[in-house]
Design a protein around this ligand. Sequence first.
Ligand SMILES: [Zn+2]
Length: 313
Amino acid sequence: MQSPFSRREFLSRAGSAAISLLANAATPRASAVLSGAARPTPEPVADRIVDIHVHFDEKNPGFIDDFLKVSERLNLTACVLTPFANRRVVADAAKQHPAQIVPFGFVDLDAQDAVQQVKEFRELGFRGLGELEFVRKPYTDAAYMPVYELANQYGWVVLFHTGIVLRRKFDAAEDVASYRMRAFYLEEIARRFPKITVIGAHCGNPEYEWAAEVARWNPNVFFDLSGSTLVKMHDRLADFRKIFWWSGTDEGTTTPDNDPSAFSKLVFGSDTGLDQIEGVVRQYRELFEACSVPERTQKLVMGGTLAEILHLA
Ligand SMILES: [Zn+2]
């Protein structure tokens, strides 16, 4: 695809300078892509699923062990979204199982000590933030900038909830509104903080068009399709070809590995209990089928893109 940005620019925008170094040094995956069948391709990472959206379950004392079993069975690495109170158990587990657990810190952006929490997460070896959600103000409010500044400085991946959000208690007042988490807010964050890889959960449900267009123009923006979308759209999955419309045109901006498919702006996210992750994998495969997504792009979506951004080995 004709593209105003080079692959190297994309990589430095999407992640950190280290990624460009990797690209220059030709990682096994990158070299295989670049040279086709000319090199042997023992690519365990390439076929590994990377799930951006696994919430740590504080109610399950055996969560880590349960997760490791699922991880082995599905060949899956997860960004484990961790409440501040559970930070140590997940940090320890990630040190023991770095190929399977990537620790992400959940902070309440409205908490007085949000910045301090982010720093502590970093000291414990956390690799990103998320899922940011239930905000009192729109994501682009000035009050949240110090957290984004830090994430930018760290070159982190940040997962934002986007779109419709559940109501936790039907009989109690709560200061929560979906409009504060609309997908288009991610555009400003991605542009002001180019070293953050911005990932929107749920593809802006139901504002998929906004989500896709923001991803199209911003190399450091991706979306996952977790939540109810793939259920709701089950009988019209091919509609996503209209939403991610620019495959094979000159209208897209830089994509991972200069992939010509617009679907390379998606990453895999489950946002379910551990026993349902496999079902979400199936839903993604159905989407790929319905939209004729090329196999190379499927691999990027299911793990290749995040493996590169997160330097998973
Ligand atoms: Zn969410």
